[in-house]
Design a protein around this ligand. Structure first.
Ligand code: GLA
Length: 727
């Protein structure tokens, strides 16, 4: 039983293979957090202490007992207006204008299987894999009810948390802030690892002390954003890849979020993950409810590597869905960096011909095939094939591509409209825009009001009529701007950011149920919506618009802390690189792209014969290791922000196969030797380096490492495949 409840002292215990989570309903009906961490056996309420704390309020029902204050106790779901002055998980504005909600325990239920969240992405697991705990809390005055949801995936060491806020009172209330998880630590010094960035330079790692005061990251951009990824690690100061305690909080949501960390006056630490409170005032009439997107929690007592492995497994097995989830993904050639907007049907066919010659599975026709779209200033919203540009119908083009034995995929950006488009001219009120003000532009496009079902239905109809025109096996779903003018002409203000995101999810769900075989790739200017929420719909996401191999090493390193390689789309592009102007050799570009879902982003017509031969070799190589990349355990072997090299490894489940990849970052005169220490092998098993035929014991490679060659050339890369002998 993963979940148990002791009536005697009203303690709930959630158990996974290696972790325990515990909470308690106290004598006043408050839900206190007792413990989260490595396995424990007893009741942890002995950790609670009560002292008279000046200026920390006491609830009225404790009478004269000044030692009881919610300001000092560890709480499961802290609420504004309760006497706890730290950051709140929930702020309710009542009809009388007060910000207050006194949540007390009213019951619980344990269910088999993992809960689902209506209209939102969420981890899924059946009754053999998971249990659900629902805890009911209620404010007796306003009759606001909160159901706290806990999903426990025992074998996977994963606990998910969500909350449903329901107004059962007679008067309307407004939810001003709602988080789905709160971690209160009674003691300890912590650091937060967060992943910041910008367009074309996403998910750089920052490790910062959680000190007194509020440290927060989040997004107000309408997407989870390039700037801060909605996932953090809370770690002890000494925690490293291989040792120490750390907690992950991954938000399963693709819109505005807020993560706050704070050390309080008593040196206790609180971390919250949930919906962004700015631009959010969610009204709830009688009987209405708000479902807060879930957080995936995970604890590792053995450093970041184990934490990452658990997240990779959870996302791969319990979040990604559909027939492509566990299937080899097509190696694709995308037209974007090959031609940008300047292509016609003949060029797409020539890409297909080259793809066939090189062994590439699919050609993707990126932006520029519809409406009036010769550049990025017009045409969005007019999802009609520009047959004049293509020189043929879409069906004819697809048939010609397929005739080369190559699959066909297409790019769309359904949430957007250009002002210079028929759609905008006919429906100017369909965009998010504040009446009487000029909208803020971004890539010269406006955002359609996807919180409205009529707008979504119209675009859905257009997109379906495109997808019905031929054998389209892949769609790249893009989103190329941040949302500024949060105002809907039809929907109720205050709920637009949240309803917009649910609208996008609703569209994606409908698309997948109508085209269950379609492979969807997510994208938002590369990695602006690279989050667990999107991974529920799109089993792969374009990791970054930056295809420079050296920059990608860092971007992919940051991404790897939570997200598995099977969701991380990564392509080889031309040199000089279009984002950095840097020329990295083709071999190294290939090695870097093989750390994820592989493909190309260049015009093979511009390659030399030698380069084409090398690409053919890369494709053969990738096919050999594709399963290892997609399903294997991933290990970071160096920190690209510090080491002279970047190294990573994939190891198969039974540890009988491994692929080591190394890229040298630095070259100096009389260069020192880099020894790369491997991970994940069986210590006393013998592994053969497939290329050299030389045998090594796992322990030797893991303890002493492998010397990398010293070569006088820029950024050489090495791939070493190891096969266990006698396995
Ligand atoms: C975004 C994507 C690119 C490309 C362009 C097309 O920037 O990330 O890969 O599809 O849009 O406009």
């Amino acid at each position: 039983m993963a979940i148990s409840y002791q009536q005697r002292n009203r303690i709930f215990t959630l158990k996974t293979r290696n972790t325990t989570y515990q909470m308690k309903v106290d004598d006043y009906g408050f839900l206190l957090h007792l413990y989260y961490g490595g396995c424990i056996y007893g009741d942890m309420d002995y950790l609670l202490t009560y002292y008279d704390r000046g200026f920390s309020g006491n609830p009225s029902d404790v009478g004269n007992d000044r030692t009881y204050s919610l300001d000092a106790l560890p709480l499961e779901y802290p609420v504004m207006g309760s006497g706890d002055f730290r950051n709140s998980a929930l702020i309710i504005r009542n009809a009388d204008g007060s910000d207050c909600c006194d949540l007390r325990y009213s019951g619980y239920e344990i269910k088999e299987g993992k809960y689902r969240l209506p209209g939102l992405p969420a981890v899924y697991a059946d009754s053999r894999e998971a249990q659900t705990l629902e805890i009911y809390l209620e404010d007796k005055i306003s009759h606001v009810q909160v159901t706290l949801l806990y999903g426990v995936l025992e074998e996977d060491d994963i606990i998910t948390r969500s909350a449903v806020i329901r107004n059962q009172g007679k008067e309307s209330v407004t939810v001003e802030k709602a988080a789905s998880s709160c971690l209160d630590f009674l003691t300890g010094e912590y650091e937060m690892l967060s992943f910041y960035g910008r367009h074309t330079m996403e998910r750089n790692l920052q490790r910062a002390e959680i000190g007194h005061g509020n440290h927060s990251i989040g997004s107000r951009r309408g997407t989870s954003s390039h700037q801060y990824n909605p996932a953090v690690i809370i770690a002890g100061k000494d925690t490293t890849e291989d040792k120490g305690r750390c907690y992950g909080m991954v938000f399963v949501y693709s819109g505005n979020f807020l993560c706050e960390a704070e050390k309080d006056q008593y040196d206790q630490t609180r971390v919250l993950m949930g919906l962004q409170s700015d631009l959010f005032h969610y009204p709830l009439k009688t009987d209405e409810e708000l479902v807060v997107p879930e957080t995936i929690l995970c604890y590792s007592g053995e450093g970041f590597a184990v934490l990452s492995e658990r997240y990779h497994h959870c996302i791969r097995e319990h979040l990604c869905r559909g027939k492509h989830k566990n299937a080899p993904r097509p190696i694709l050639l995308n037209s974007w960096e090959a031609a940008y907007f300047h292509f016609d049907g003949a060029l797409i066919c020539s890409l297909a011909e080259s793809a066939a010659e090189l062994g590439i599975d699919m050609v993707v026709m990126d932006d520029g095939w519809f409406g009036k779209r010769e550049d990025d200033n017009s045409g969005l919203g007019d999802w009609h094939v520009n047959e004049e540009k293509l020189g043929c119908s879409l069906r004819e083009l697809i048939d010609r591509v397929n005739a080369f034995g190559v699959k066909f995929g297409i790019w769309i950006e359904p949430e957007m409209v250009s002002e210079d488009s028929t759609l905008y001219r006919e429906h100017p009120d369909w965009v998010l825009r504040i009446p009487g003000r000029e909208p803020v532009h971004c890539r010269n496009q406006l955002v359609l009001d996807f919180s409205r079902s009529d707008v979504r239905e119209f675009i859905f109809g257009q997109i379906c009529s495109i997808l019905d025109q031929g054998n389209i096996e892949y769609v790249k779903w893009d989103m190329n701007r941040s949302i500024v003018d949060v105002y809907s002409m039809e929907n109720c203000q205050g709920r637009v950011t949240y309803d917009y995101m649910r609208g996008v999810y609703d569209f994606l769900e409908k698309l997948l149920s109508r085209y269950p075989d379609l492979l969807l790739e997510g994208c938002s200017g590369g990695g602006g919506r690279f989050d667990a929420g999107m991974m529920y719909y799109t089993p792969q996401i374009w990791c970054s618009d930056n295809t420079d191999a050296l920059d990608r090493l860092r971007i992919q390193y940051g991404s790897s802390f939570f997200y598995p390689a099977c969701v991380t789309a990564s392509h080889v592009s031309a040199v000089p690189n279009h984002q950095t102007g840097r020329s990295v050799n083709l071999h190294t570009r290939g090695v870097v792209a093989m750390a994820g879902i592989f493909g190309y982003e260049l015009d093979p017509g511009k390659l030399t014969t030698e380069e084409k031969e090398e690409i053919k070799g890369q494709i053969v190589r990738y096919r050999q290791c594709e399963e290892l990349v997609r399903l294997g355990s991933y290990y970071r072997l160096s920190d690209p922000f510090r080491a002279a090299y970047v190294a990573w490894m994939f190891v198969s489940k039974e540890r009988e196969r491994a692929l080591l990849s190394v890229v040298m970052l630095e070259i100096h005169g009389n260069m020192t030797v880099s020894y790369v220490r491997l991970k994940g092998l069986i210590p006393d098993a013998l592994y053969q380096d497939v290329e050299s035929g030389r045998n090594f014991y796992g322990a030797d490679l893991m303890e002493a490492g492998l010397p990398m060659p010293v070569e006088q050339r820029e950024n050489p890369a090495y791939q070493i495949e190891l096969i266990r002998q006698g396995a």
